[in-house]
Design a protein around this ligand. Structure first.
Ligand code: COI
Length: 356
């Protein structure tokens, strides 16, 4: 194991007690940090107190958006604390970094740093069902320069946040989804497949529009024909046809979700047929109305497996499974979280222990 320098803080923070954790409101005592300069490459990998960071108002990430991130979780099990497929997140962050012409990180070193950080912060991993420690690794340009070109200074940080359900009403409460027909999230050759900050900024106006109409999330259509279903932004989307799980095929503008991939593998092992293909919004509405689509759910690290109770597209509304969480969604959620929480055997080799 790499020995990282640890800068201890004088006083530890009060941990949230009793209050609902929600998502992303509380932060732990420490963070992992390393810096990049052209001459030294990545250096000064260390664990430091969670604190505000000082940076120039001319930092390039603020102006031109060289900023990428990841999301994963640590879970408390009977034996200790474990991570879920962290290697996949560091692999994906490098794909996002490459797309924004930012320097690659050493995936093995980042994983070692993460393990050491989570080990140090093990007391922050919540214990209640449905709760976990959300992990946010991210990289952004810090070079003070206003010319438009790739920066030559960057910072990599990992911060930790104890969380409960992502949506306000709790896990497995069906959400209402608005199919966006005006704005698009991503286009061919763009950055849709990468986890870059700008994708999320670009989604906010549509999200506010949906919220005003009483919807929780936006379902994005493809940026070329605005005909095919892509993803929700905070999650990938699955349509359940009885015993078959259908999700849009990855096409360069959809985020390759780690939960998406895991649900495909888990679903198959539970005996479901799985299909990745193009699926048009018209097909979704026809099949939802005729009852061929029996359930819809989203998948993502933050939302886990999240049932959809209603979708709206232009003037049409389709209610899914009478606003109830369906059996398939329930079964996948239960099997998936059991692996994450260590109450079921992990025959896929997805979990990584960080402390006993
Ligand atoms: C995640 O699921 O980790 C995400 O990054 C989605 C969202 C919270 C931005």
């Amino acid at each position: 194991m790499t020995d990282f320098k640890i800068e201890k803080r004088e006083q530890l923070k009060e941990k949230p007690k009793g209050e609902a954790l929600g998502f992303g409101r509380f932060f732990t005592d420490y963070m992992f940090s390393m810096d990049y300069t052209e001459d030294k490459g990545w250096h000064d990998a260390s664990i430091v107190p969670y604190q505000n960071i000082e940076m120039s108002p001319a930092s390039q990430s603020i102006h031109y958006g060289q900023s990428v991130f990841e999301g994963l979780k640590a879970y408390r099990t009977a034996e200790g604390v474990q991570l879920f497929r962290p290697d996949q997140n560091f692999k994906r962050i490098n794909q996002s970094l490459a797309r924004l012409d930012m320097p690659q990180i050493d995936e093995a070193l980042a994983l070692e740093g993460l393990k050491e950080l989570v080990n140090l912060e093990a007391d922050w991993v919540p214990t209640e069902p449905g709760q976990s420690l959300y992990i946010r690794p991210f990289v952004f340009a810090t070079e003070p320069f206003l010319g438009v070109r790739p920066a030559n200074q960057y910072k990599f940080l990992i911060i930790l946040s104890p969380v409960g359900a992502y949506y306000g009403d709790g896990q497995l409460q069906p959400t209402k989804i608005y199919v966006e027909d005006e704005y698009v999230r991503a286009v061919r050759g763009g950055v849709g497949f990468a986890k870059v900050a700008g994708n999320y900024a670009a989604s906010l106006l549509a999200q506010s529009k949906a919220a005003k109409l009483g919807y929780d999330q936006v379902l994005w259509l493809d940026g070329v024909e605005q005909k095919y279903v892509e993803e929700v932004g905070s999650m990938n989307i699955f349509f359940v046809y009885g015993n078959k799980l259908v999700t849009p095929a990855l096409n360069g503008s959809i985020l390759p979700g780690i939960t998406r991939q895991s649900i495909l593998e888990l679903g198959q092992s539970l005996g479901y047929e799985v299909e990745e293909r193009k699926i048009s919004v018209d097909e979704v509405f026809d099949d939802a109305k005729s009852g061929k689509i029996t359930e819809i759910f989203g998948s993502g690290t933050a939302v886990v497996v999240s049932p959809v109770g209603e979708i709206k597209y232009k003037e049409e509304v389709a209610v899914i499974n009478e606003y109830q969480t369906g059996d398939v969604t329930n079964k996948l959620y239960t099997a998936y979280t059991a692996i994450q929480n260590g109450t079921a055997e992990d025959k896929f080799g997805w979990t990584v222990k960080v402390s006993e």
